[in-house]
Design a protein around this ligand. Structure first.
Ligand code: ATP
Ligand code: MG
Length: 241
């Protein structure tokens, strides 16, 4: 049986329970062997000086995945030169894991922008795509199907039994029925910037790292890249000002 390898890429600034739970549910629902968490080294879309260092983000990931034998942190994007493009990372993962089946996890917010990514069509050839549900993101089977039919190929069809979105030449796209968790790194940074606790949004080890290194003490960085448009207003209730 080929190795079934999940890949969750992200900024992870910081990793939170939304990432970890989605990864666990994907492992369970799709019967994967292992989940790789891949922190981006040089984000193509975010200016590097607005995010925590690679070393800090990777360290928080290590603390978060410790104790789960199926979770692993990969520094593959650190080892590759230039900007971190998903298509290059997937090609490299195939070279490093010959014969493995790759499952690329992506949240509903990011998935519907995938057509702006470098060589995005190739991604659908290199890995099955697992679309994760997030609060307020409209992802459902029909929307995902319409999107890939429009942007990638009109040969996709929905398998009536498994509900998998299949293609004769490309790999499948899955609409994962994961638990929606209303957690984003942006909200965590905003809370921490106001001196509020982020306990129970991140694992305890990550909490300790953030506190110990005084991360995110000042508000900075771009606005939320998730689908919730009223995050700031909602968080006023929790965090005050
Ligand atoms: P930011 O607010 O800084 O963008 P984020 O919470 O979206 O942070 P990322 O590091 O950008 O975290 O996310 C990495 C991947 O995980 C993306 O594909 C994203 O859509 C997905 N993801 C993040 N949070 C969740 C969540 N709560 N549920 C499901 N998927 C998520
Ligand atoms: Mg994001």
């Amino acid at each position: 049986m080929p190795l079934r390898l999940g890949i969750l890429g992200g900024t992870f600034d910081p990793v939170h329970l939304g990432h970890l739970r989605a990864a666990q549910e994907t492992l369970d629902l799709l019967g994967l062997d292992e989940m790789l968490f891949v922190p981006v080294a040089v984000p193509p879309h975010k200016p590097g000086n607005t995010i925590a260092s690679f070393q800090a983000r990777r360290q928080m990931l290590q603390l978060a995945v410790g104790g789960n034998p199926r979770f692993r942190v990969s520094d593959i994007e650190r080892r590759m030169p230039g900007k971190s493009y998903t298509v290059n990372t997937l090609e490299q993962l195939h070279r490093e894991n010959p014969g493995a089946e790759l499952f690329f996890l992506v949240g509903g917010d990011a998935f519907f922008e995938i057509d702006t990514w470098y060589r995005f069509m190739e991604i659908f050839r290199l890995a099955a795509i697992v679309v994760l549900r997030r609060p307020d993101c409209g992802e459902n089977e029909k929307e995902i199907f319409d999107f890939v039919t429009r942007k990638v190929s009109d040969l996709y069809s929905i398998d009536p039994e498994s509900r998998e979105i299949r293609h004769p030449a490309l790999l499948s796209v899955y609409n994962l029925r994961n638990t929606r968790m209303d957690i984003s790194s942006t909200r965590i940074r905003e809370l921490a910037a106001r001196g509020r606790s982020v306990r129970y949004l991140v694992p305890d080890g990550v909490l300790g790292y953030i506190d110990g290194n005084e991360l995110y003490r000042k508000a900075e960085g771009p606005a939320a890249n998730d689908c919730s448009r009223n995050d700031n207003a909602a968080y006023g209730d929790v965090g005050g000002s």
